[in-house]
Write a protein that binds this ligand. Structure first.
Ligand code: HEC
Length: 186
């Protein structure tokens, strides 16, 4: 019996990692590891970094930047299948589409990303959020916490200005996306 239960525990630990989703935290090691893997995934596909594909940048809204480009994919990251939404945020305030298309990296303020991870945060449509600086470094909030995971999740319904989840919860369609309702949860 002893041996059997020891074996069962070992098996259980093995099956809990590495695919188990760590839910609803912000800036924890597991969030940072996932966000870094997500950046590498995007870089490999030519979506961030040098020589990326471009669309015609469009006028942005607060808080995301003067001009924006947004891309949508269904993809697999670290074994998890989900919708990936990438937003490139350009500045300064008077930046033009020509500035962006001729020299995107020096006008890129940040890259904000949402990836819907199965089971990550069922209460809030399973979105994992990350905000990167132009070089792929994770941005931090005022307390120095890396913006990876579910920032301001605890402020939903209270203060949309508090951060990603609290504001995206206000998006029409209940899917946490402002630009489209095409990816509503099943
Ligand atoms: C105060 C509100 C607010 C906050 C806070 C906010 N966003 Fe957004 N976000 C928006 C709005 C509005 C849009 C639509 C912008 C546009 O016109 O493309 C948007 C668009 C996006 C999109 C494109 C998908 C969509 O919703 O259509 C991504 C990805 C995104 N935000 C990521 C983030 C991340 C990551 C954070 C936190 C670091 C964040 N956002 C914080 C308001 C917010």
């Amino acid at each position: 019996m002893r041996t059997f239960s020891g074996l069962a525990t070992t098996l259980c630990i093995a099956c809990a990692s590495p695919l188990a989703v760590t839910a609803q935290t912000t800036g924890q090691d597991s969030d940072i590891v996932f966000a870094e893997a997500m950046w590498t995934h995007m870089e490999t596909r030519g979506l961030v970094g040098e020589n990326t594909v471009h669309t015609l940048p469009y006028q942005g809204t607060q808080p995301h930047g003067a001009l924006l480009e947004t891309f949508y994919f269904t993809t697999t990251i670290e074994g998890e299948d989900g919708v990936l939404v990438i937003k490139r945020n350009y500045g300064p305030a008077d930046v033009t589409p020509d500035d962006v298309l001729s020299d995107a990296l020096s006008h890129l303020g940040s890259v904000t990303v949402m990836f819907r991870r199965p089971g990550y945060d069922p209460e809030h449509q399973d979105w994992f959020y990350a905000k990167y600086l132009h070089d792929g470094t994770l941005d931090t909030n005022a307390d120095g916490v890396a913006l990876a995971g579910a920032p301001a999740r605890g402020m939903v319904g209270q203060d949309p200005g508090a951060g990603c989840v609290a504001c995206h919860a206000e998006a029409a369609g209940g899917d946490y996306l402002f630009t489209t309702d095409a990816f509503g949860h099943d």
